[in-house]
Design a binder for this molecule. Structure first.
Ligand SMILES: Nc1ncnc2c1ncn2[C@@H]1O[C@H](COP(=O)(O)OP(=O)(O)O)[C@@H](O)[C@H]1O
Ligand SMILES: [Mg+2]
Length: 274
């Protein structure tokens, strides 16, 4: 199925393609270490099960879900989940480039949105729009109010006309700024949070892997990295591993502590793209 995405032309804006295509094997490679909290894991599993039972759902005239919104702080696995869904469904992932979508010319943003949706609803794929809030802001707020209101209206139409060939996934750190009308269009919603104790331990264990006498390092990382996102944990543990490699010594708690202080994890209240 991935083949068709390769042959169909991606729409362009300002001379460049509006999205990046990741083939199934790229997606599989990316998601090796995904840690999903229990609730989201169940939601994703059910989603997959339903998509594997299309005929039954047709027979009962129950529409299949195919519009997913994910929200929560940066570095908690929203983008990674899109890769995971694409890999599991063996569909290419089409990641929209937000900067090329949003245009200062009147009506151009809306027409770009239409182009990318027209593409995605005919070519089986997972269409992923990150930082979704940038397009789907409430119609009352923002500077270029009229232009954005038009874009939101186009987006609403595109979501309604999306059909069931492809999957649409959107991610945002700012759920409260989404237009309520847009919000209602999604059939599947997932909240992301900073890892709890159990998920943190699990993730740290995956990252450290077979690395010398790692138990002490693991305990220290679990203690110290409380309140960090998965993305921060990853960076800090990798930094610590590099230190250990340079010193030709097994990873220990001191490597973790030093890396943590050097890295200075991102405060979650500051919005950055992770
Ligand atoms: N839940 C997770 N499980 C495993 N790794 C994660 C998770 N969340 C984040 N990461 C790591 O951090 C990187 C950035 O995460 P990403 O999925 O882009 O976060 P978000 O989209 O929520 O900002 C990932 O590529 C991965 O290496
Ligand atoms: Mg992301």
């Amino acid at each position: 199925m991935g083949k068709s995405a390769m042959t169909a032309r991606l729409p362009k804006s300002k001379g460049t393609e509006m999205a990046t295509v990741y083939e199934v094997k790229d997606c599989m490679r990316k998601v090796k270490h995904l840690v999903l909290p229990e609730r989201n894991r169940r939601i994703v599993e059910e989603f997959m099960t339903i998509l594997g039972m299309r005929e039954e759902f047709d027979r009962h005239e129950v529409p299949i879900p195919n519009k997913v919104v994910m929200y929560g702080p940066p570095g908690t696995g929203k983008t990674l989940t899109a890769f995971h869904v694409a890999a599991s469904l063996e569909l290419p992932l089409i990641v929209v480039r937000l900067d090329s979508l949003i245009h200062s010319h009147l009506g151009e943003t809306g027409s770009n949105i239409r182009k990318i949706f027209d593409y995605a609803r005919t070519v089986p794929c997972v269409l992923f729009l990150d930082e979704f809030d940038a397009v789907a802001r409430t119609r009352e707020s923002g500077d270029e109010v009229k232009e954005m209101a038009r874009a939101v209206n186009t987006l609403l139409q595109c979501l309604d006309e999306f059909g069931d060939v492809s999957i649409f996934m959107a991610a945002t750190n700012l759920a409260t700024e989404l237009d309520p009308a847009i919000w209602r269009r999604f059939d599947t919603r997932m909240t992301y949070q900073l890892p709890d104790e159990q998920d943190r331990r699990h993730y740290i264990r995956l990252l450290i892997g077979e690395f010398g006498c790692a138990q002490e390092a693991e305990a220290e990382a679990c203690r110290l990295l409380c309140g960090c996102s998965f993305a921060d944990i990853e960076q800090i543990v990798l930094k610590a591993k590099r230190k250990a490699i340079i010193e030709r010594r097994p990873l220990d708690a001191a490597h973790i502590g030093l890396s943590y202080r050097e890295y200075a994890p991102t405060p979650t209240e500051v919005r950055v793209h992770a």
